[in-house]
Design a protein around this ligand. Structure first.
Ligand SMILES: Cc1cc2nc3c(=O)[nH]c(=O)nc-3n(C[C@H](O)[C@H](O)[C@H](O)COP(=O)(O)OP(=O)(O)OC[C@H]3O[C@@H](n4cnc5c(N)ncnc54)[C@H](O)[C@@H]3O)c2cc1C
Length: 549
């Protein structure tokens, strides 16, 4: 066939670049939150996560979704999930980077910034592939809770923090590294776990303490190939937290039957299952009947990861949009030089930078958990970061996708990364406490004097920097006081988040970013979509700062 045409004016894939060195907003937020942090490991991780080879693994792990094998061909139960080799390559990289537990193992080398460093790494890895980070995040969150059963922690703790990834279903003792998941949600309720019906009956006691027989189900049970889970079940004393390994100490398989895998909108590389426990063996962790507070402690860490994850996805979508529009010409010049496209890109850049600043500030409070102010900051910022950053994710992804025109909407066998980002975005808002639950939680927190004082202290450095921020900050205490019900809790959560983000940008970002953020989000000079910043905005400075390469 004769050549029909030449392909031109199409952009190149954004690959083989360093996600860390190109992310000025992250580097500035790290300098603010962890000034003495050695960022060498993040440089290395940024290069690895931006490589074309790892991007191929991310594509393959999503295209070849996990498969459940309930039985072998002779009819015996297997309850195993089979993954594409690329899934294991990604897991090995995430575990190798310590994203599942480095703060629990790390000593002086992180100079007191172990959670911040891990948080930045988690964001970088999200830009590569977010769904495999589900078991990584759960392992990070459960490890400290496991300390309340000293015998189990002594056996499992070191291997949960090990940098070796070993996917085989084997006895914990025979594996160099372990992962864990969490099982709370049942068919009749996820937000309100007190509705759990799964029962645990005391069987006896052994080296791991009190052992229970568990009967019931979990409706969402992600990463069922983890080595063990912390689950909630009803004992005679109430809802309790139990340690449920897949392989029992005698080497036999525990009675955990995987019913099926969820057919999900996104998050394709991660297996999320429905399970039933038929007299499965599990050991008590912490005090019997105190399961809810224990799960809440873990929830603060997975909620941090939701905020980090969405910030990472925003950054990835922004980078792709900037890269594309810098190459694609329309109406005589690159799209990135068209004034209205500059408005869209700059607005996305502001949102991405504000998300990064808030998520990393929250991570800093985890490094200072012995400090009363930082404890109150964690209490305050966990619900607002989880609520606001995750809520902003989906409209952000849609707008970034639109920057690529029709190409943004095309999957092309997993090559269309924007489609993957768009499908992934909503989940961080739903799991680990959906939006309303977070907004109500914030209201509850702000009614306590120490959390309210922590908010005032966090906003104080930016006092006098922008009139709209001053007005909003001054009004917040009265609004909390006058809020008789939770009806307006979402609006409160939004405004607290915006005020904190503005105060953080004042301290860690250039003046152009701070003033454009306040003018748009706080002072009303903004529309209902991205791309409605006012004419006084310094578009050049904001866009130049955000360029990924
Ligand atoms: C992909 C995926 C993987 C998951 N993996 C796991 C897992 O591994 N382990 C696990 O335990 N769970 C898991 N979950 C479950 C998840 O945590 C729950 O879906 C979530 O907590 C919400 O619970 P629910 O689905 O029962 O919804 P519901 O609790 O019924 O909530 C529905 C809606 O009602 C709102 N709502 C609830 N109460 C109130 C109120 N008082 N006022 C106003 N609004 C309210 C919520 O905000 C939500 O928007 C997973 C979910 C998904 C999507």
């Amino acid at each position: 066939m004769d050549t029909t045409h030449e392909v031109f004016n199409q952009s190149t894939p954004l690959a083989d670049y360093n996600l860390f060195s190109g992310n000025q907003a992250m580097r500035d937020a790290l300098a603010f939150n962890a000034p003495t942090l050695d960022t060498t490991p993040l440089q290395a991780l940024g290069a690895q996560c931006g490589s074309a080879a790892m991007q191929t693994h991310a594509r393959l792990a999503n295209v070849h979704a996990p498969e459940l094998h309930t039985h072998d061909r002779f009819g015996r139960r297997l309850d195993e999930v089979e993954f594409h080799p690329s899934y294991h390559a990604l897991m090995a990289a995430a575990v190798g980077a310590g994203l599942h537990g480095s703060p629990w193992a790390e000593g002086a080398d992180a100079k007191g910034h172990a959670h911040v460093r891990r948080a930045a790494g988690f964001m970088l890895f999200t830009e590569l592939e977010p769904s495999i980070l589900c078991p990584i995040s759960m392992t990070y969150a459960v490890t400290p809770a496991l300390r309340s059963n000293a015998a189990i922690y002594a056996d499992w703790g070191p291997k949960l923090a090990s940098r070796a990834y070993e996917p085989a279903l084997r006895l914990w003792r025979d594996k160099p590294g372990l992962t864990m998941g969490m099982g709370m949600t049942e068919k009749q309720g996820g937000s309100d776990v007190r509705a759990n019906t799964t029962r645990a009956v005391l069987e006896g006691a052994d080296a791991w303490g009190q052992r229970f027989a568990v009967t019931g189900h979990k409706w969402f049970f992600s990463a069922p190939m983890c080595d063990a889970f912390l689950i909630l079940a009803q004992t005679p004393s109430g809802l309790s937290c139990l340690f449920l390994p897949r392989v029992l100490p005698d080497g036999t398989h525990n009675k955990i039957e995987i019913q099926r895998l969820k057919d999900k909108l996104g998050n394709k590389a991660n297996a999320s299952s429905e399970v039933e426990f038929g007299q499965a063996s599990a050991w008590l962790v912490g005090e019997e009947g105190r399961g809810v507070p224990q799960i809440l402690a873990m929830g603060s860490m997975t909620r941090l990861d939701c905020a980090l994850g969405t910030s990472g996805l925003m950054r990835q979508a922004l980078s792709i949009a900037l890269h594309h529009t810098a190459q694609r010409q329309a109406f005589g010049k690159p799209l990135i030089e068209q004034p209205l496209m500059r408005n869209v890109l700059a607005d996305l850049a502001l949102e991405s930078e504000a998300a990064t600043a808030l998520a990393l500030r929250l991570a800093r409070s985890f490094d200072r958990s012995g400090d009363a102010h930082e404890q109150a900051v964690a209490r305050l910022l966990t619900p607002i970061a989880k609520f606001w950053i995750c809520k902003r994710g989906s409209p952000f992804a849609q707008e970034a996708m639109e920057c690529l025109g029709g190409n943004g909407y095309v999957e092309e066998g997993g090559e269309g990364i924007m489609a993957r980002i768009y499908r992934e975005m909503p989940v961080n808002s739903i799991w680990e406490g959906a939006g309303n639950i977070m907004a109500i939680d914030l209201l509850r927190a702000l009614r306590k004097a120490d959390t309210a004082a922590a908010l005032a202290q966090e906003l104080a450095p930016a006092k006098g920097a922008h009139a709209a921020l001053d007005r909003m900050a001054a009004a917040l205490p009265t609004r909390v006081e006058q809020m008789a019900t939770e009806l307006e809790a979402r609006r409160l959560a939004q405004d607290v988040a915006l005020a904190v983000q503005a105060a953080l940008l004042y301290q860690s970002a250039p003046a152009a970013v701070f003033s454009a953020f306040c003018d748009s989000r706080l002072d009303g000079n903004w529309g209902q979509t991205f791309g409605t910043l006012g004419a006084a905005t310094d578009f050049d400075a904001i866009i130049a700062r955000a360029m990924p390469v």
